[in-house]
Write a protein that binds this ligand. Structure first.
Ligand code: GDP
Length: 450
């Protein structure tokens, strides 16, 4: 924790400036040794200084150096940021000189890890920094920012506080019966626990929304050849000026691209035809398609309005009967030949790819199925990842177990074991307690210099 770390915090490439950041107890002295301007050891905190980075008498770059002294910094340690000229060679040279003068290269996410370990932010906020950096849509940015501001953390802290108060009241009751504290009855415990459970269950109920805002939804386009799957993909992508990529593999492989509907990401995947084949190459495509179907949040099964339904369509639709899907009848600009009666019970949307607004009904249906308007009208206080969801689940299970104890009127002293367990699970979300491996795993996903 007391090491002096440094890293290039901006993207390494050609640009006007690059920032090399250092954090640790000696970074001001280290940078001062290689800086030709003022004596940085004597400058006030949160000031910026002009000068040169110098190595063995050679001027390496003309820079501006920001000096921020602990504790009012991101890591709560001394931080120095060197604003050098952009470009790979100069930036790398400045980094190299820092390494020769006593800094160590930071691990990915190590600045944020220090911020967490020094109590500047909790684990939810730390993770949201990465989400903010990686956000690709306006909605995912707003969502990450809301978490970074600590709004979700405050909800968790509030429920944790309620549990703590309940636990304290119980302990006073059974440890100090002689005190004049109000009697805790099973009924009182039940009512307080039920209220906390309601809050946590709400978080779990809406957790899907967090994943949706952060990662978007995976939508697979499925259907027989020639019904218009690629045209739909291109129509949607073209409109959104997104990039179509050939996923490495064969030409019969999966094509995918990203669009956004109402600010929410849709990862579109055009699958290769799913049918039995002896062709080895095609089989790879088919196997991948099946994998995509298994993991997709939504399947758009495409049919042509201009063709009759085939036995193959019915077989495929039956195979994906219980999957969330829309049956999209494409080519509605052409004569109706399809018999929709055979599609009883399916969500059917009609449209085409020849008119500019031909896919609007499809987009509207996707937004409706996933409640986009409701998600965005809320306050963005959603759990965002599997770690948080599983810990809230554990807390709810512990509360359920306590509530069962209450129903069975077992001694309150025994019930408090479950209550303590719920308190600990909520603490784990914030990182009140943690294992080193967990931190290594979380922060390894960060970029260097963050
Ligand atoms: P895929 O094999 O399912 O990917 O189908 P394609 O996207 O390659 O389309 C097959 C053919 O149908 C192409 O000639 C398209 O131009 C045509 N097509 C696609 N969508 C429509 C539509 O809405 N109306 C009409 N009239 N033709 C379409």
């Amino acid at each position: 924790m007391n090491e002096n770390i440094c890293a290039i915090s901006t993207a390494l490439g050609i640009g006007a400036i690059s920032i090399v950041r250092c954090s640790g107890p000696d970074v001001i002295a280290i940078v001062d040794r290689i800086f030709s301007g003022k004596n940085l050891n004597e400058v006030p905190s949160h000031t910026i200084h002009y000068g040169y980075i110098v190595d063995n008498g050679e001027k390496i770059d003309e820079v501006l150096v920001s000096v921020m002294r602990a504790p009012k910094t991101f890591t709560k340690e001394d931080i120095v940021e060197i604003n050098c000229h952009g470009g790979i060679t100069t930036t790398n040279k400045v980094l190299e000189i820092l390494l020769l003068n006593g800094c160590r290269l930071a691990d990915p996410g190590e600045f944020t890890k220090k911020a967490f370990l020094n109590g500047r932010i909790d684990l939810v906020e730390a993770e949201s920094i990465n989400d903010l950096i990686e956000s690709e849509t306006e909605e995912s940015r707003k969502y990450a920012m809301n978490r970074l501001e600590g709004n979700l953390s405050q909800l968790i802290v509030k429920d944790r506080q309620k549990i703590l108060e309940l636990q304290a009241k119980l302990e006073v009751n059974y440890d100090y019966p002689e005190y004049d504290a109000p009697d805790m009855t099973h009924e009182l415990v039940r009512s307080e626990l039920s209220e906390i459970k309601r809050d946590l269950s709400d978080l779990l109920k809406n957790a899907q929304n967090g994943r949706l805002l952060k990662n978007g939804i995976d939508v697979a386009l499925v259907g027989r050849p020639n019904v218009g799957k690629s045209s739909i993909l291109n129509h949607l992508l073209d409109e959104n000026r997104a990039i179509v990529t050939d996923v490495a593999g064969t030409t019969r492989d999966i094509i995918e691209g990203k669009i956004s509907i109402s600010g929410i990401h849709i990862n579109l995947i055009d699958t290769a035809g799913i049918r039995k084949t002896d062709d080895v190459v095609e089989k790879i495509g088919v196997d991948k398609s099946l994998e995509v179907l298994k993991n997709a949040d939504l399947i758009i099964y495409v049919l042509s309005n201009n063709d009759e339904l085939t036995a193959e369509d019915i077989t495929q639709l039956t195979a994906i009967k219980n999957v969330k899907k829309i049956v999209f009848i494409n080519k509605c600009d052409l004569e109706d030949k399809i018999d929709l009666d055979k599609l009883d019970g399916e969500i059917i949307v009609r449209g085409n790819t020849v008119s500019p607004e031909g896919l609007d009904p499809l987009k509207a249906k996707i937004a409706e199925l996933f409640n986009f308007s409701e998600i965005k009208s809320k306050n963005y206080n959603y759990l965002s990842n599997a770690r948080e969801i599983s810990l809230v689940r554990q807390a709810v299970q512990a509360i359920d177990s306590a509530l069962t104890g209450v129903e069975e009127e077992i001694p309150l002293e025994m019930i408090s074991v479950d209550i303590k367990s719920a308190f600990d699970s909520l603490g784990d979300i914030l990182g009140v307690t943690y294992k080193d491996e967990l931190l290594d795993e979380l922060f390894s996903k960060f970029c260097l210099g963050k």
